[in-house]
Design a protein around this ligand. Structure first.
Ligand code: FCB
Length: 452
């Protein structure tokens, strides 16, 4: 690929704890373990055991990362593995696992990039009310401090949260993700407390000497398909994007969101004194980019599309509308639109000017052909090529984008979709755990090796 890559631009791959680790017995329970027990919650009845059995295959997976030649690896720490009850005592064996992971990366010359919360909340905290409960934010800060104290000198970059929109709204509004609650008012409290948790954690991490502190959002460009849908699209954009960006920018809840969600909450959980914490200075911001959202006129009987997580049930106080993604689609039903990356970066920089940007996830679930000659996923390679170009174009146009992480290193448990949707560049046989690099892994490896 002929690309003009900015100097120092970082390429990596990403994963998350619950999706790959397995070894449920070696940690405390989490909300996703409990959710997985609800019949029908996860397609095929998949659970966190064995997932990719990553805990027991750590060395092999570290060697895969080295073989790929990535600059950095973005993983998440399982709160319940290092602090089994979500508060109080740390687990020696849990810490030992992350010691080996982080040291193993450093030995191989790969930068460790750690996310502290990628959706797996220790069960006792969920039972106590989860993110709609303000106390959870303070407990998260204690956990972040403990991680900061242990890994400050080793972790290259820290993210407090991954995609708080999903935790808040898929978890507590749609009930499509753990814990499966369908309470729009509580979901807004969850969103607020997640950003509070983030801000408190930033302060504690910094005090512990940790550097390069940020957060990862899924800002999604929202497009009104007709002028008649402008107001509805504004509501979607408000709850999906501006709510989080404005809180981080110190502007509080956007005025239009306050008003358009008044039917589901009185906002009593908002405290003006929180503002400096919510907007604690960050060193970078991450964007997980997959697709855009197109808002169209409602049609009788059709609120949802085949696009996963594009459903009016996900959005508190959602007005009548229909999501109308356009082809081409990935297996998630998500429209493929590389230009959307720049639209998302623009939205972020409009709210948080001057903050360096990283694409922390991007990738696709696609049709694959498995035969004797290998695992062929040409559509994934095409997806990556299109998005690499879009990222470099954005950099040329002046966006301060400094890195790109492909989702994902390996096939894994795709949340409520279980094993039915696969994003890995390395195939994982769910029955045996055997890893086999797909064509896209070889392509990425060649691309990385060919860089000047
Ligand atoms: C993102 C999640 C990640 C994975 C991809 C497909 O929203 O952060 O864990 O599920 O989507």
């Amino acid at each position: 690929m002929d690309l003009d890559i900015p100097p120092g631009f970082e390429f990596g791959v990403a994963t998350s704890s619950w999706q790959i680790e397995g070894d449920v017995a070696g940690r405390g329970r989490c909300n996703w373990d409990d959710f997985a027990q609800i019949p029908g919650a996860i397609i095929g009845g998949a659970t966190g055991e064995p997932a990719c059995d990553h805990v027991h295959r750590l060395e092999e997976d570290l060697d895969l990362l080295a073989w790929l030649g990535v600059d950095a690896y973005r993983f998440s720490i399982s709160w319940a593995r290092v602090m089994p009850q979500g508060s109080g005592d740390l687990s020696a064996s849990g810490l030992d696992f992350y010691d080996r992971l982080i040291d193993g990366l450093l030995e191989r010359g790969i930068k460790p990039v750690a996310t502290l919360f990628h959706w797996d909340l220790p069960s006792p905290l969920e039972v106590a009310g989860g993110w709609p409960n303000r106390d959870t934010a303070y407990l998260f800060a204690d956990y972040a401090q403990a991680m900061g104290e242990r890994y400050a000198g080793k972790v290259d970059r820290w993210a407090t949260l991954n995609e708080p929109w999903c935790s808040a709204f898929l978890g507590y509004c749609a009930g499509y993700f753990a814990p499966g609650r369908k309470e729009p008012g509580a979901s807004l409290a969850a969103a607020y407390h997640l950003i509070l948790a983030h801000g408190l954690a930033i302060e504690r991490l910094r005090a512990a000497g940790a550097r390069n502190l940020g957060i990862v959002l899924n800002v999604i460009p929202v497009i009104a398909e007709t002028p008649s849908m402008d107001a509805a699209a504004r509501h979607v954009d408000g709850t999906q994007n501006r709510l989080f960006l404005d809180l981080l920018a110190g502007r509080g809840i956007p005025a239009d969101v306050r008003e358009s969600c008044a039917s589901v909450t009185d906002w009593a959980f908002v405290r003006d004194a929180d503002n400096p914490v919510l907007s604690a200075p960050i060193d970078w911001i991450g964007e997980n980019y997959y697709t855009v959202m197109r808002v169209a006129e409602p049609q009788a009987g059709a609120t949802a599309t085949a696009a996963i997580a594009q459903d009016s049930a996900d959005i508190p106080a959602c007005p009548p509308l229909r999501f109308a993604p356009r082809p081409p689609f990935t297996e998630m039903g998500w429209e493929i639109l590389p230009e959307g990356i720049e639209m998302a970066l623009r939205k972020i920089t409009d709210h948080l000017p001057g903050v360096p940007l990283w694409i922390c996830e991007n990738g696709a679930a696609v049709q694959e052909v498995i035969d004797d000659s290998g695992i062929h996923d040409p559509m994934r390679i095409e997806y990556f090529e299109g998005h690499f170009r879009a990222v470099m174009r954005a950099a040329e146009r002046g966006f301060d984008v400094r890195g790109y992480y492909a989702w994902s290193l390996m096939d894994n448990l795709e949340w409520a979709s279980g094993w039915t949707k696969q994003f890995g560049i390395v195939h994982v046989d769910p029955a045996t755990g055997t890893r086999t690099p797909k064509d896209s892994a070889a392509w990425y490896r060649d691309f990385l090796a060919a860089r000047p």
